[in-house]
Write a protein that binds this ligand. Sequence first.
Ligand code: BDP
Length: 679
Amino acid sequence: DDGYRLWLKYDLLPEGSARKAWQAQAKGISLDNNAGPTLQTAASELQLGLQGLLGRPVPVGAPGGKGRIRLRVAPDATLGQEGYRISAQKDGIEITGPTDAAVLYGCFALLRQVQTGQLPDKLSLSSQPRIQHRLLNHWDNPNGTVERGYAGSSIWKWQELPEVLDPRYQDYARANASIGINGVVLNNVNASARYLTPEYLRKVAALAGVMRPYGIRVYLSVFWAAPKVIGGLPTSDPLDPKVKQWWKARTDEIYQTIPDFGGFLVKANSEGEPGPQDYGRNHADGANMLAQALGTHDGIVMWRAFVYKANSKGDRFKEAYEEFQPLDGKFDPKVLVQVKNGPIDFQAREPFHPLFGAMPRTPLVLEVQLTQEYLGFATHLVYLGPLIKECLDSDTHSQGPGSTVAKVVDGTLEKHSLSGIAGVANIGSDRNWTGHPIGQSNWYAFGRLAWDHTLSSASIAEEWTRMTLTRQPEAVAAVTDVLNKSRDIYVRYTTPLGLHHIMGQTLHYGPEPWLAKSDRPDWTSVYYHKADSVGLGFNRTASGSNALSLYAPGARQVWSNPATCPPSYLLWFHHVGWGQQLSTGRSLWDELTTRYYTGADSVLWMQQRWEQVKPALDARLHADVAARLRIQHREALWWRDACVLYFQTFSRRPIPQALTPPTRPLAEIKQLVDLYQLR
Ligand code: BDP
């Protein structure tokens, strides 16, 4: 198994009884004669899946006879636009929904039932997405590279488009549709202006044509200075009439070429990108100008809040909040502000971003990162379901207890009709799409949570495992055990107790806690861990940067006091003495070192668990993951030794007796980091 088929395996069902039961219900597929492309796609996807799973032909044709699956588009006010219903009727199974796309989702849901070993008895299922815009963000560049991509090159072959349509595009679309993803931003947020030229719009249109039958709309990241760079204007000031006119004309042209174009994603005045502030305007001025350019077209603007000023002296934790919170209520109704899960930058664990709950008059898109920029690239096994869930379940307390991030994002808390969630894709040209075979589970979990954030991360892990790897019960249990614990294990051997941003410079791989000089102080490690002879951690209480004050009292209460702050967030908010006793009973130093050691040892545990499942898994896939786990252990030791030895230069305390001190000196490890950073 080379992993290309992802979770859409459709191998013959191993259990004869289940196969028979489904065969009796799936003798054929019926749909209306005048079915459009999406409904036809739904039928052919269902046919493809069932034929594989049941091992016999499942013809698609006109209604008639018992034991057929009927696809029907019918209004249903209880299902929203995209919800489906699957029900057992006297003469067969019916999949209905108010739109073609809804029925398509229903077909994939039925396939999921069959593939994960459910029986057709008393079939009655209905589901609708809680979030409206469920998007992947590709950080793909026109030259085929992928910013923070670890699975080969971009899957988009711009040079070959629009004439050549790589079959991979369709497989990509079907994978997304199968988990409910309905939008794709094709290009990097650090955007090139060329996508707005007629030449490139034809290429974008060709991709849109492949996505359309799968209910997926395409979006573009835009380069703010495009009016200057490709429009020949002297300015990109959003309030300049000529600039407005230029965007309006470009937008009209886009919709002529791509009538169902989704809209724009914008990174402006962030990390050197141009933006409205270059002209003394603010983010709302910029976003609203684009919204007006969209006019009556059915599109949206997603404006990113990932900003921090050049030469800022303050705490980077607070910057996005300080810039965006005062703009609440100032955005056009077509604008959503896109906010990363945490306040710094996709670290292995972050507290939820303080903007959630703090901008009640603006719909906020939650942005999570599926590509493992700070989580070991495609070499470390880290299942991100728990990370995404942790953020969604966080209680902002903005309207009293129970004001979770999920309710802010899905629009129910603040009564927004627009809602969105975005995952920075981990997809590339590698045969198995994600480099690490288990990385596929993160794409999968994102889609499933975007559809329904009330699903548990463990149930998604199990479902993915059964769809993708094995149906053998003990093996399913072992694999999901590894998946469920993997993120906490990664946190332990890299950034335990709330440490953050201590990774290798630029590349963001491996440990570099000693990094003290960079182009900006908040790109160093020492800025974040603040180790000194007294202790460790960033004081964000009132006596420090006071970033905690950005949270509602109910949310910040537990974090504000080091005695009640959960250990996993401690050093995010407090500078704690080395000898200070923690709630775990150990001193900070002993707890820190113990976590680094147990974290690294847990990778050995992951390896053992993985060995146990060998007989139940495809040999090639098993060997691939086993090899990556060997790298992971070697690098967990690298992290452990680097951090323990470096922090020891401040704590001046011995490694706890139960642990074996590192045998290599710090200097040797520092060289290793230099090798990996390729400086
Ligand atoms: C950071 C990445 C950088 C991205 C940036 C962003 O290192 O490559 O451009 O986020 O989200 O994490 O804009």
